[in-house]
Design a protein around this ligand. Structure first.
Ligand SMILES: Cc1cc2nc3c(=O)[nH]c(=O)nc-3n(C[C@H](O)[C@H](O)[C@H](O)COP(=O)(O)OP(=O)(O)OC[C@H]3O[C@@H](n4cnc5c(N)ncnc54)[C@H](O)[C@@H]3O)c2cc1C
Length: 435
């Protein structure tokens, strides 16, 4: 593929939001370039080894369909997805296929390093790739970098962290282990329920993916003896018992801001130190792990929160918990406010009742003061509480698709993103808006 220097739409960042944006915009006829720092697709869903997909259903209604369900179907077909859990390889392979079928161009190993703005309009961006710098022009731009990189580089407004304390959510380096006798570990949890998290379901169905989270008594003892770092609150893993494999969302990296390279380096070191201590602990002290072994650590630490956009509308925690409705709805979600806290800050998981959902307005995807810049995924316009609900993968896919559709309609009708008739956007996204 020969990279052109002009596209209708540039999508920066190929996590699930950028993939959905690029697939949607290309399938609506726009010429699209997807730019990605890594030499592979997926962002947190792949480089962070984050799985499973969090909840996007309520009372039997699928709130996110479209590209998200195409991803699910592709992964199931190749045997890389069970229930809501998936392997990173299956994610990458399916996303590659969908993007190719839609006709989007991709440039890997490329970083957006400069954004050129005139009269509130992005004229071009500069990417640094393996062969040096290249300038790319486009009519519309979509920031799906997770870190609001285009917004920051273009001098547009953004926010970061808790409105009062500035705190950012904890980070986690995912890892996978094999050789676990899951039934034995599950039995141990049943016999020691107080050591496990309150939401755990001890009626294990070993035909499905199960979650085990806790081991608090064993952890306390190991910490007192200096064999586990103080930051580890509990061991949490998801597993399909028959595989003997588990995916661990357990390390707890505190006090680090992932929007700085220096701090990310620090997080990487802390993460690997924690993984090796947790693996040691599991092998020596937890029933079922006697012959277990480390398979892999994620290529990068998982980042939950950095910059987020200042958008025309900021989705609030109140919007989430009250199930807000908007006249310019473009996506929906049912996942509650999930904050992995820092020292001095309580972690939160405020869930919605079954049957409840909230809507996400187009305005939260329109970057304030920018004429041709949309934002999707982890860094859309929201307060910290709103962000803590909207950041999950299915919702990121839905907002990505909404940006892709809006940008494609703007290009097709030669309009700005704010001039596109909402009725047309609604029609393009109806599967994610109506039951
Ligand atoms: C530890 C952890 C556990 C989680 N657990 C779950 C879970 O169980 N279920 C769930 O649904 N969600 C979970 N999440 C949330 C979810 O994984 C992410 O919020 C979501 O994947 C974000 O998708 P995204 O596309 O917005 O951003 P990302 O996946 O972060 O993708 C952004 C992409 O942009 C690229 N990029 C950044 N800057 C540039 C640049 N300048 N130039 C080019 N490319 C750039 C990056 O390399 C990356 O590929 C978890 C997150 C973490 C960190």
């Amino acid at each position: 593929m020969q990279l052109k220097n002009k596209y209708d739409i540039v999508v920066a960042g190929a996590g699930i939001a950028g993939i959905a944006a690029a697939v949607k915009a290309s399938s609506m006829g726009a010429s699209v370039l997807l730019i990605e720092h890594y030499p592979f697709l997926g962002g947190m869903s792949s480089a962070g080894m984050v799985s499973p997909f969090m909840k996007s259903q309520t009372a039997g209604i699928d709130l996110v369909k479209g590209v998200f369900q195409q991803m699910e179907a592709g992964m199931v077909k190749m045997g890389g997805m069970i229930d809501n859990g998936f392997y990173a390889w299956a994610f990458r392979a399916t996303a590659n296929k969908l993007l190719q079928e839609a006709g989007a161009d991709i440039t890997f190993s490329s970083d957006v390093v400069e954004v050129s703005v005139k009269d509130k309009t992005i004229e071009s961006i500069t990417i640094a790739g393996r062969f040096g710098l290249q300038t790319i022009f486009a009519s519309q731009f979509i920031d799906t970098t997770g870190d609001a990189q285009l917004i920051a580089l273009g001098g547009f407004p953004w926010l970061k962290g808790d409105e009062q304390t500035g705190k950012l959510q904890a980070m986690t380096l995912f890892f996978r282990m094999g050789g676990i006798v899951v039934e034995r570990t599950a039995q141990y949890s049943k016999e020691n329920p107080k050591d496990f998290l309150p939401w755990m379901d001890f009626n294990f169905n070993f035909e499905k993916i199960i979650s085990i989270a806790g081991f608090k008594g064993l952890i306390k003892k190991a910490q007192a003896e200096g064999r586990l770092p103080e930051e580890i609150e509990y061991v949490f893993f998801t597993t399909m018992a028959s595989t003997g494999e588990g995916s661990f969302n357990t390390t707890n990296i505190l006090g680090v801001d992932a929007s700085s390279s220096e701090q990310l380096t620090k997080a990487e070191r802390i993460g690997h130190r924690q993984v090796s201590m947790v693996v040691d602990f599991l092998q020596n002290e937890v029933p079922g792990f006697e012959n277990a072994f480390l398979i892999d650590t994620a290529p990068q630490v998982g980042v939950r929160e950095t910059r987020r956009a200042q958008a025309d509308y900021m989705v609030t925690g109140q919007d989430i918990l009250s199930g807000a409705r908007f006249e310019d709805v473009v996506a929906r979600g049912s996942y509650g406010i999930d904050i992995h806290g820092q020292p001095g800050e309580k972690s939160r998981m405020d869930e919605l009742q079954e049957g409840q959902w909230y809507e996400i307005p187009l305005r939260s995807l329109l970057v304030a003061g920018a004429e041709n810049l949309l934002v999707a995924g982890r860094c859309i316009g929201a307060t910290r509480e709103g962000h803590a609900a909207l950041r999950i993968m299915p919702t990121s896919a839905a907002t990505g698709e909404a940006c892709g559709a809006t940008a494609a309609l703007a290009v097709k009708n030669k309009l700005t993103i704010r001039e596109v008739e909402y009725g047309q956007i609604r029609l393009a996204l109806i599967h994610n808006i109506e039951n």
